[in-house]
Design a protein around this ligand. Sequence first.
Ligand SMILES: Nc1nc2c(ncn2[C@@H]2O[C@H](COP(=O)(O)OP(=O)(O)OP(=O)(O)O)[C@@H](O)[C@H]2O)c(=O)[nH]1
Ligand SMILES: [Mg+2]
Length: 381
Amino acid sequence: MSCFRFYRRDPQNKDEELGEAIRMTHRQLKDDKHLNGPTHRLLLLGPVGSGKSTLFKQVKMLPGSWFNGASQRTSEVQKVRNSLKEAIENVLVAMSTLHPHAELANPKNQFSIDYILGTRNQHNFSFPPEFFEHAKALWDDEGMCSCCDRCMQAGLLDHSCYFLDKINTIRKPNYKPKPKDIFHCHLHIPRIFDAKFQMDEVNFHMLYPNGLCYINGVWAEILKNFSAIIFMVDSSSYDQNFMGTNRLQEALNIFRSLWCRCPHPSLVFLFFNKQDLLAEKVLSGTSKFEDHFPEFAHYTTPDGVVPEPGEDPCVIRAKYFIHDKFLSVTSAGGNEDSHCYPQFTCAMDHSNIQWVFSECTQLVLRSVKERDAPRREPSFK
Ligand SMILES: Nc1nc2c(ncn2[C@@H]2O[C@H](COP(=O)(O)OP(=O)(O)OP(=O)(O)O)[C@@H](O)[C@H]2O)c(=O)[nH]1
Ligand SMILES: [Mg+2]
């Protein structure tokens, strides 16, 4: 699970490792070039939990993707079960690390905890029926459930409940994952994922370094190898804290640091993701934006904004507040010849991502053309 994995990181070494892995991938890409023709490389970045894995899975399902095969689906059963296992293990770890400690409501379920924790680190775990029995017994325990709620409120275990609520479905011998199950499923090793796809007969190769810590040294060197960078933001995270920092503010800090280090000129797509969750939160009125960003109280939606059909004005105001905050980084100066394009996305929605990608790939093509013709003034910013 994202946040616990984050705690376990050894940032300096991991980033060096990751940098080396990306450099190797580039060498490989150069060798492949004569086989597949020119390829535009996209790098997917973003803070923990912003939706990178989900977007990546959508890309793998785009028409023309190299991963767009029926055989992929069968191995998804194991992935979903692994995600269930990871979810329950992480709640169990959280039970002993939270303060105050979370306790089992039924002490007899300690046997199930011992069983589940005893299966940790077993590769290719076969998921015997007793695994699901123990998982179910624990999920039915009120102590464990309330621990999960506490973790969710802290923004720690966002995938867990989804799988734990579906134990009875996932355990069935003839279980076939639904697309939603796959989207919730966390991508595991290897640390760098890549997907190739074609749009308008142009090759794209997207790299996604899972778990990249944003250490400065690696960035500048890596970034220059890409035609465009996609930076994802969890727009609904405005009311969440992680290790004492507001998650949206943290995303903004990371983006600012990325923008400063981008080689000139760069093309950056800023995906304001989880628009559905943002709308839900704003409309429910339970979590006020101004409680977390006081300047929101004086913010007014800019003139000329074109709303989506049926979009509520409060939602529009919140989403453009975030939009303007991030765009102020790019208009602050210092990287004038780079271009940043914002997009409002919902990575769970395949048609939205398909549309967004067709827009972005057109912009990549335009930008590359203009880069190759340096004497012409770029016609967009
Ligand atoms: N409702 C909604 N949920 C989303 C959206 N995008 C991602 N999610 C969910 O948000 C959670 C985190 O998404 P991931 O794709 O795992 O995020 P990530 O950036 O890969 O996270 P790390 O690998 O931990 O850095 C998952 O439970 C996703 O199902 C979205 O647009 N809408
Ligand atoms: Mg991920």
